[in-house]
Ligand binder design. Sequence first.
Ligand code: IPE
Ligand code: IPE
Ligand code: MG
Length: 246
Amino acid sequence: MAFKEKIDTDKLPRHIAVIMDGNGRWAKGLGKLRIFGHQNGVKAVRATLEATIEIGVPYLTLYAFSSENWNRPKKEVQALMTLLINSLNKELDTLHKHDIRLNAIGQLDDLPANCRTTLFNAMEATRNHTKCTLTLALSYGSRKEIIHATKAIAEKVKAGTLDVEDITEEEFAKHLYTHDIPDPDLMIRTSGEYRISNYLLWQLAYCELWFTDKMWPEFEKEDLFEAVCSYQKRERRFGKTGDQTD
Ligand code: IPE
Ligand code: IPE
Ligand code: MG
């Protein structure tokens, strides 16, 4: 039986976050350039988004470019930025068709101007869509995000608009880039790597993690459904005992 048919639609994760990894190695394995892997990774993005919509998960966040990825060869960085612009332009109709709001998190000021313009235009054009929020983590680094939040809070304390006693978890989370989306319930990473790579460190505190050896361009809808099935078998205890959570 296909994984899709095994999914219990009453127990869906509200938010799935993905580390799309392995494009370069996949291409190398075929004797091609790394950029060929990135180009084929776009197909997997489409499949993942479609699968998310099909089962009705309202939040999907994709790690597309990390703050550390700026340290890659200039040619690869440029190719990734061009791919981002082209994909956004190409997929805008799909976002409208499926009622998807585009969102972005990260140090967006560091993106090239043409990239930012395309991104912000697409975000603006889709801002009233409600079925699903697709968040792209771009030039994203979780440690930088936490420092950004800390600075904003420190400024408020300095200005006298926030008391130190009122710095709670909820207050802190309001200053993160993710302030308007819930914490992820399920995090998927491809390519056989078992690490977080500076992704949503605060937000993943109680997230369920799922890993696959498949490289990102090989990722298909059924892989996402398999991850959701695995998620549904788990007992999330949030620090309590199993008896308490029954
Ligand atoms: C993921 O694939 C895409 C980005 C990080 C932009 P990689 O480019 O990291 O591919 P590998 O992990 O080197 O194979
Ligand atoms: C994480 O992948 C970032 C993205 C998927 C955008 P990396 O390939 O950059 O991570 P490391 O270097 O293997 O940890
Ligand atoms: Mg990688």
